[in-house]
Design a protein around this ligand. Structure first.
Ligand SMILES: [Zn+2]
Length: 326
């Protein structure tokens, strides 16, 4: 088994990131290319297969040494039926039997995992969550996703859909979410929501804000623009962030009370703002979660960045390879 090689693929809406590793997780080669996201699932599955051939060529290895493939992607993956029910980043990906189709391509066992679950496992084993058995990974970027690590492993629920923290309702009369309901956490606290609130504040025009000049100069407003404006004292930007952080804090307090984790790891583009984002979240938990749970929680920024998903898939594949050896 030690001679065998494993491939991990992070299938994103814009990029496919593929790494080749040995079963100890040592990376031998990698490739990153644009996802042919508009060409449908068949074309993307062929593209994934082609990236695996590329990393074998780069490493000077024969593809006959491939023993297993792990893929993580955003979306609702039915862990029991092995079907990608829907992927928000990949148009037309509905009810795709992804695992079976990939196994036909590769001729070896394939594991598919939700991307936040994979990132959570990667951070737990090799990133910010090292040493903590029970932890929550939350990624705050265009949307909000989460992975729950309980007793060292991914908690999936009965069919694989656990951890949809972005769709916890925190404000019942809030904005309409992509899932069709109102007031989901990601409609208020995601990067998309923060940028939308900034645009709305400028078009509203009732209060002076430096975001107006930023929009005129840059042609758009992003989360980093809002953080920069807030740091320079812009009260509109400060209020937008305060609301996003407040509702994310409510979500985290509820998760802490429910699961009593040792650690919360925050990843995604919005968390790149660092302590200005993390410190108030920590304060929210300390003052609002039930005291015995609040007393043991550590909240940290994720460490692995874009490597988290493939790292998690390499961990999952190593676990499978190890259990086959027993
Ligand atoms: Zn929702």
């Amino acid at each position: 088994m030690n001679n065998n090689l494993i491939a991990a693929i992070d299938l994103g809406g814009t990029k496919i990131y593929t790494v080749l590793a040995d079963v100890q997780g040592k990376i031998l080669a990698f490739t990153r290319e644009e996802t042919k996201s508009t060409q449908g699932s068949d074309a993307i599955i062929r593209q994934m297969a082609s990236t695996v051939h590329t990393v074998f060529e780069q490493a000077g290895q024969s593809t006959s040494r491939l023993s297993a493939v792990g893929v993580c992607a955003a979306g609702f993956f039915d862990w029991q039926k092995k079907i990608m029910i829907h992927s928000p980043n990949l148009p037309g990906w509905d009810m795709v039997p992804l695992e079976r189709e990939l196994e036909e391509q590769f001729g070896v066992p394939v594991i598919v995992e939700n991307d936040a679950n994979a990132q959570a496992l990667g951070e737990a084993r090799f990133g910010a969550g090292r040493g903590a058995n029970d932890q929550i990974f939350i990624t705050v970027s265009t949307g909000i996703g989460a992975g729950l690590i309980i007793d060292g492993n991914i908690y999936r629920g009965s069919k694989g859909f656990a951890g949809e923290a972005g769709h916890m309702v925190v404000k019942p009369d809030g904005p309409v979410c992509g899932c069709g309901r109102r007031g989901c956490l990601e409609t208020i606290s995601s990067g998309t929501a923060i940028a939308r609130a900034a645009h709305n504040a400028v078009s509203d025009g009732k209060i002076r804000t430096s975001l107006s000049a930023t929009l005129a100069r840059e042609g758009k407003l992003t989360t980093p623009h809002v953080f920069q404006a807030a740091q320079l004292g812009d009260t509109v930007a400060k209020d937008i962030l305060a609301e996003a952080i407040h509702y994310l804090g409510i979500g985290l307090v509820n998760l802490v009370n429910l699961l009593n984790p040792e650690m919360i790891i925050i990843g995604g583009g919005v968390a790149e703002a660092g302590e200005v984002f993390l410190h108030p979240l920590r304060e929210m938990i300390v003052h609002n979660a039930i005291p015995p749970s609040a007393a043991v929680i550590t909240l940290k920024k994720a460490e692995l960045g874009v490597e988290a998903g493939v790292t998690g898939m390499l961990c999952a594949l190593s676990d499978v390879c190890a259990s086959e050896e027993e």
